[in-house]
Structure formats: C-alpha cells, structure tokens
Ligand binder design. Structure first.
Ligand code: UDX
Length: 440
C-alpha cells in the first residue's frame, strides 16, 4: 500500500519506518527541510532504540522516502496518516498543525483519485476527526465526502521501545467513518494478527485518552498511598504495594506480573510527552462540557506536587551544610530516551536547590536537552561521573548503568532514590539511604 505520513516526530517516524519495514511503500513528510535531509542521509532525527537499523534497511530496499509535504507528493499515495503535534494549551489542545495538515489533505484529494483515505494518528480530543479534520478537508477539496475515507488510528507507543511496541501491538484501534477508511486501515494493518478494535472515530479518540488517563491514575494513586505511608512513618510503601499487587487480579496465571504492575510503584511522578499533556487535555475537554473532571484534576495535582513532596519527606531530618555537593543522576523522563519533556528531574532539582545544595547533573542522553530548559543553576557533567566527588547522590531516572555505579562506588554518601530502584542490601554499610517512606 502507498502511505504518506505527515509529521516525523516520535509517532510519525516510528509508524512510517515500521510500516515500510512490513512492506508498505511509505513517504514521511515534514515541513522542516533539515529533518528531511537528515533522514534522507539515513540518520534518525530522534533517539529510539533500533531506529537506525530499520531506517537503513528501508532506505536500501526503497520502501521509504522523505519529502517536504506538498499536495502533489501526498496525492501519489493511497492513504495519508496525519501524525503532527497537538500540544496542550490552557484552552485545550492546539489544533493548528492538524488543521494545516487537513488543508494539505484536501488539496491532495483534489489532484487525483489515487488518494482515498485520510487517517488521524495524532492524539486529538473526541470529535476532532469528524468535526474539524473532515470540515477543513471538505473546505479545501473539490471531491465529494462519499469519494474518500476518514479514519482515526491512535498510537500506544512508549518512547524507548516504540519500534518494539509497533511491531508487537496489544491491539490496533481502527476508527472509521465509512467503509473506505475501514477497508484501508484493515489492509494497512493486515500483517498484524492482534485484536483489531473497530469503532467510530470519536470512540477511537477517547480510547487513546482513557488509556493514558488510567496509567497516569495508577501512578498518582500509588504516590498518594506512598506519601501517606511516609507521613505515618514506619511503613514501607513498596511493601504496601507488594501487598496490593499480590492480589490475583493483578497477575497473569502462573503468578507472572503483567507490565501494568510497574505503574504501581512509588516514584517522583510521571513525565514525558503524553501523560501530562493528555490528562490536561482530557480534563479541559470535560470541563468545557460541564463535567467536574475531579479524578483527572487530582491525578495532575498529585503529580505536580510529587517532586516537592518526595524531597521534603526524604530530607526532613537531615541537617545538610550549605553548598554541600549533590549529584543528580538521570534527567530524561525515563531511561532509554533523550526526552526530558515534563521530566520530574526539573522539580527534584529545584527542590534540592532550595535545600542549599550545589548541584551537578548527568544523563547518558538527555543532558543537552535538560540544560536548555532547566531554570535553576546546575553544573552539567558530560561523562560518567565519579560518585566519590559528591556528598548526596539523587537517582531520578534509573538508567541501568546507575545502579551498578552506586553499588560499586558509593561508600559513605547520602543516597536519595525516589523511584526505589536500588536494592538496599547491595549498598555499602556507610551509605545513608533515603527513598519515599525510607528516611534512614
Ligand atoms: C505513554 C504510554 O505508555 C503509551 O501507551 C502512549 O501512547 C504514549 O504515552 P511514554 O510516555 O513513552 O508512553 O512512557 P511510559 O513508559 O508509559 O511512561 C510514562 C511516565 O510514567 C514516565 O514518566 C515514567 O517514568 C512513568 N512510569 C512509567 C512510572 O512511573 N512507572 C512505570 O511503571 C512506568
């Protein structure tokens, strides 16, 4: 199938190369010429494990190409996937990029009849595909509504394992408004034999938000219990949550924990490009419809406070000298990505600064991005640091290399582990360990 993908962010690029890898003929489009030339040279414009290899394979076999978006290029394809950004604003999501993409789609549809189906992959609030995208397309095309398909196909890709997620989907949501879109979407995903959920586009849009809302809810609810444990004292929240997930309803047969259980661990709060933005968008959307959106609000309130709450609980009994040296390990919002968007590392660093500490920061991939956004004074370290130079070590993002570094190098430091990623038994006797619910 000939597929054009508009937008080469995480979602567009991963979807484009993976669709090319399973045999489709794909053109990825972006308005930034520098991104197009980078991709044409075989270099990925985003960090994602496995991306360089897939890109090279598909460039070599001719299944993928890259271009600036024009109606002419788009019209050479059968299906257009719109995968542009939808940032949250105080008034809801910003649809300007989706609207520009819809104008292009309308013009491309007018050029010939090869282009059949327009599918929204960007995360948009319910009704956007049916009301906004379809309306803008019709305003910009000579084609009748019956002559083309309109679909919505949300993504569930996790950064850091997006290619693996694309290639091993749990389910594929086929949102459609007509038989043309339904047939084309089913053909596009024919390669995968997972469950295909066929719904209208509004339902597809809400499935995406509901999914992230529930994952974010688990994290905030767990953190509320963890904070309560810390205030009561003498309760380890990890033991509490272990008691919760031992319930057979959280387990697969045979006792194996499904992936969802990791969202039931205390931590410094969620970040990234999706959870914060999507819960805000869902809350605003509901408020505008007159609903109180109490749970969505609480998910966000707990999350925003979590860096401060976790630092203040952990450090409350410590008498640290002013300008004591602290090292923050891990700045990306999670391991295996260079993405620092909404990373809890910002909040934690700010709170540590309030304690009067002199802070150095390190991350294997996210340092540059973090330094361009951080608002408090910190010293960047460009290479794997030596722990012995610091009095306080804070493990914000648990890259695998950090645990080993701490186990082998830490001798008498104060270690703050807000994610409870370390095994305390592996730490040297002189180390003072702090984590949510653990202050000595
Ligand atoms: C998320 C969704 O998981 C994915 O399905 C969706 O379509 C895009 O948004 P992503 O943001 O890449 O993916 O990361 P995810 O691994 O889900 O983590 C999101 C946040 O939750 C991160 O801040 C992470 O640190 C935190 N998290 C994640 C936890 O606190 N505990 C976990 O077990 C997993």
């Amino acid at each position: 199938m000939r597929i054009a993908v508009l937008g080469t962010g995480y979602v567009g690029l991963v979807s484009g190369v993976c669709l090319a890898e399973i045999g489709h003929n794909v053109t990825c489009l972006d308005i930034r010429p520098e991104i197009i030339s980078t991709l044409q040279s075989g270099t990925s414009s985003i960090y994602e494990p496995g991306m360089d290899e897939v890109l090279k394979t598909c460039l070599a076999n001719g299944n993928i190409r890259f271009s600036l978006p024009t109606p002419e290029v788009i019209s050479e394809h059968e299906l257009l996937l719109i995968a542009v950004g939808t940032p949250s604003t105080s008034e809801g999501i910003d649809l300007s990029q989706v609207e520009r993409a819809s104008v292009l789609a309308g013009k491309a549809l007018s050029l010939n009849a090869t282009l059949r189906t327009i599918v929204v992959k960007s995360t948009v609030v319910p009704g956007t595909t049916l009301d906004v995208v379809t309306r803008v397309i019709l305003e910009n095309t000579s084609r009748s509504r019956e002559s083309f398909g309109i679909g919505m196909n949300p993504e569930f890709l996790r950064e850091g394992c997006a290619i693996e997620d694309f290639n091993n989907p749990d389910r594929i949501v086929i949102g459609f408004e007509d038989e043309i879109a339904r047939t084309d979407l089913l053909e596009m995903y024919n390669y995968f034999d997972c469950e295909k959920i066929e719904v209208n586009t509004k339902t597809a849009e809400l499935i995406k938000y509901a999914n992230n809302y529930f994952l974010a809810l688990l994290i905030s609810a767990t953190n509320e219990i963890a904070n309560l444990s810390a205030v009561i004292g003498g309760i380890d929240p990890v033991a509490v949550m272990k008691g919760v997930v031992a319930d057979g309803r959280w387990r697969n047969k045979g006792g194996v924990s499904p992936g969802i259980v990791s969202y039931l661990l205390p931590g410094p709060g969620f970040g990234g490009s999706c959870f914060p933005k999507d819960v805000v968008a869902l809350k605003e959307f509901g408020l505008n419809l007159g609903l109180p959106m109490l749970i969505a609000s609480s998910i966000l309130t707990i999350n925003e406070a979590q860096p401060e709450v976790s630092v203040s609980h952990a450090f409350q009994h410590l008498d640290l000298k002013h300008h004591e040296k602290a090292l923050v390990l891990g700045l990306a919002f999670k391991p295996d990505t260079d993405d620092v968007r909404e990373s809890p590392a910002f909040g934690i660093t700010k709170e540590l600064k309030k304690l009067g500490l002199d802070i150095s920061v390190y991350d294997p991939l996210g340092l540059e991005n973090f330094m361009s956004e951080v608002e408090v004074e910190v010293t960047p370290i460009n290479h794997s640091p030596s722990i012995s130079d610091f009095r306080v070590i804070v493990l914000v993002t648990p890259w695998q290399e950090f645990s080993e570094m701490i186990y082998t190098q830490a001798t008498n430091q104060i270690i703050f582990d807000p994610r409870r990623a370390l095994d305390r038994l592996k730490l040297a006797d002189g180390v003072q360990y702090l984590g949510i619910g653990v202050t000595s």
